[in-house]
Ligand binder design. Sequence first.
Ligand code: SF4
Length: 327
Amino acid sequence: MALDERRLAMLRDMGVPFWRPLQPRSPAPPANAGATDHTPADTPGPPGSDQAASARETIASAKPLAGAARVASPPPLPERRLEPAAPREVSRMAQPAAVPPPPAPDAAAPRQGEAHPAVGAAPAVIATLDWPALRATVAACRACGLCESRRQTVFGAGHPRAHWMIVGEAPGEQEDLRGEPFVGPAGQLLDNMLRALGLTRAEAAPADQPPLEPAQQAYIANTLKCRPPRNRNPEPEEMRRCEPYLQRQIALVQPRLILAMGRFAVQALLRTDEAIGRLRGRVHRYEGVPLIVTYHPAYLLRNLPDKAKAWEDLCLAAQTMEALPPR
Ligand code: SF4
């Protein structure tokens, strides 16, 4: 099947190498017509060139994939409806009493050899919080030992009612420094992947551009809100303690589709230890919401050949979103 220009632009933006036959550039075919090569047209030229500008325009005008193949969804699972988001009127905003005050740092610090004393809101309380209260509760959370080494919590980013939700794993060093998920090279790759789908993590468009629609927007959150020291893998207990925050974020956003990136995001949302390679290519469900499994951008940066698989996963996500009935 021939690749259309939009898909070519997406592959380019994700850094996936590809080949296609040379196209004759003039009425007189070149001597090597029919040969296969990595043509200049496949690769954006240097910054400022016409080719680079063309590639940028193609990505910037990208819309959800059209004419996509029908998605083979698994038999529907019993659905549990998401709890409606709390209205966002000012009068319903967080009351100070709903947010547990942060304990004095030395009061919660474990002594050597002691388990970390959990100090955090109960899951039943977290499940009732609105956005401001949830953010404040996470910022004050000391429910697991990661509070000892974090610089700050990393809550989430994006439009609070975006149609797409991206769930990653845990903050890294850059996220811990800036307090935002998916920054640095992995974040840039994620942004390219979103742009290829016509999506953005921005909450609002620049003042000189038309307003964004929730269908164009993605909310991004991690499974863990604090960075594990030296980027080690999260401990099961840390994931268990932090899980109610992500659950509440999903309930508030009410996404139409979730993209779970990486092993720990998949474990948290699907409750499975199966490898990502065995879970890809299917539409799963989280609380009735379609969920697509794919690799974490940080993994893709270390395993470039798997970018092509991530591209397939994005196509499946776009096709699944297209097939959903209007909201
Ligand atoms: S990782 Fe989650 S549960 Fe642990 S301290 Fe941070 S916010 Fe609290």
